[in-house]
Design a binder for this molecule. Structure first.
Ligand SMILES: *Cc1c(COP(=O)(O)O)cnc(C)c1O
Length: 424
């Protein structure tokens, strides 16, 4: 298998004349086709809804596209709630799946009518305090502990994760919340991340559906939705088989018919909260080779750095790289592709076989559409890049401008030094 950029060298050069590299670019056509495929895969469930995980790609223009398909917003902080509000998400369009939550953020969410998804049993009291009384509709996040396995493959280690309530706690939480007037309940769990297998959601669904049946039985709670959350992955590696969302939807349907329907729960809505799967493959980081260095290794220095894309630096994550215009050249050079941070982990690729790279060549770093731009920071005084939308008709649109030094210095604006800082 090979990975092909969704944009050509010619187009990127045209864009770069107006908005210099580096920038993140997003593929509207790909985003639309994918969200439609998701909707189709779960069309068997009347109440199905995807709440896009805003933290993955917090750009109103991109989330607007998903809203056209009925998607809501999954938020984890006040500023994300503010963004959701600004783009018109209210009430059931907002899911607040936060953790370690400051009390005033519960209040803010409740004022918007969003659904509060409790990470911990102690937060029942916090929400009561913040909102006066518990909202009518609430959700709880579940963490069964132990290892989450498919056959013999360990997918992840929920027992080591800070999120969610234990089995005992979620039963107690439901009882307490019911006593305190909650009328409609949801269950949520996120047990494995970036799963590149069609088995994750169906396995998780089985765990949650069985829990739901028993919770209803033991506590009498009226369970309205089950939120499978995120964790559906994408093939960062060129030889990985992508998930097939239609297969995943069918397999969840099967478990639904086996577990929920016989228990008289055939009206429960399925929610998802995906970020990576919705946007990851439909974003790329476009960057220019600006330095080459021949020392103990062969280095190509580009004008982007870990500030634009942290995943390789923090997780050692693989991101495929295409040298635009050299798609068919032999990959016979071994390079480290680096950014300019004073951090040796600032490398987009290590010992990567690539075509011969000349200064001025433009590189396309794949799969940066989720957890890419959004993870960025300002170390070494580096500024965050622009974001550009490649529209379906082939034209492009700026959807976030690049940071300027004035942005970087903005938090000194209450001090005398500010005028000197911004007068370059
Ligand atoms: C990060 C996160 C998501 C999205 O995860 P992806 O792996 O991007 O799908 C969904 N829900 C919660 C609570 C999260 O923290």
């Amino acid at each position: 298998m090979s990975k092909t950029p969704f944009v050509t060298l010619e187009k990127v050069k045209e864009i770069a004349k107006e908005y210099p590299t580096p920038f993140h670019i997003y593929d509207e056509k790909g985003i639309r086709a994918n969200v439609q495929a998701l909707k189709d895969a779960f069309s068997w469930n009347k109440g199905f809804k995807e709440y896009f995980a805003v933290k993955a790609t917090p750009n109103p223009f991109l989330i607007n596209i998903l809203q056209e398909y009925g998607c809501g917003c999954d938020c984890s902080s006040k500023t994300e709630l503010m963004m959701a509000k600004a783009i018109g998400a209210v009430g059931d369009d907002i899911m607040f799946s936060s953790n370690d939550t400051p009390v005033d953020e519960f209040r803010f969410c409740n004022d918007l009518g969003g659904i509060i998804n409790l990470d911990d049993i102690t937060h029942i009291a916090a929400v009561e305090k913040a909102c006066g009384k518990l909202p009518k509709k609430m959700s709880c996040r579940y963490n069964p502990g132990g290892m989450f396995k498919i056959s013999n493959d360990i997918m992840d280690n929920p027992g080591d994760a800070k999120y969610g309530m234990t089995t005992e706690q979620i039963y107690d939480a439901f009882r307490i919340m019911k006593e305190k007037g909650v009328e409609e309940f949801g269950i949520h769990a996120f047990l494995a991340s970036n799963t590149v297998t069609n088995e994750y959601y169906p396995m998780l669904a089985k765990v949650l559906f069985e829990l739901a049946v028993d919770l209803k039985d033991k506590t009498g709670a009226n369970i309205k939705f089950i939120n499978l959350s995120g964790g559906v992955g994408i093939p960062y590696l060129p030889d990985q088989e992508p998930n097939d969302i239609a297969v995943i939807g069918d397999a969840v349907h099967k478990v639904y018919d086996e577990v929920l329907v016989p228990a008289g729960m055939g009206d429960v809505s399925i929610y998802t909260e995906m970020g990576r799967f919705m946007m990851g493959p439909y974003g790329g980081l476009v960057t220019t080779a600006i330095n080459e260095k021949h020392t103990h290794k062969e280095y190509i220095g580009v004008d982007a750095c870990a500030v634009n894309l942290m995943r390789p630096a923090i997780y050692g994550a693989y991101h495929h790289i295409t040298v635009l215009g050299k798609e068919n050249d032999p990959c016979n050079k071994k390079y480290d592709v680096t950014g300019s941070l004073c951090e040796n982990c600032d490398k987009f690729a290590i010992d990567r076989m690539l075509p011969n790279i000349d200064m001025g060549d433009i590189l396309f770093i794949h799969d940066t559409g989720a957890h890419g731009f959004s993870m960025g920071y300002n170390y070494n005084g580096k500024l965050k890049s622009a974001e550009i939308l490649l529209k379906e008709d082939g034209s492009y649109k700026l959807i976030r401008r690049a940071e300027t030094p004035t942005d970087y210095f903005a938090t000194f604006d209450c001090f005398d030094i500010y005028d000197k800082l911004i007068n370059e």
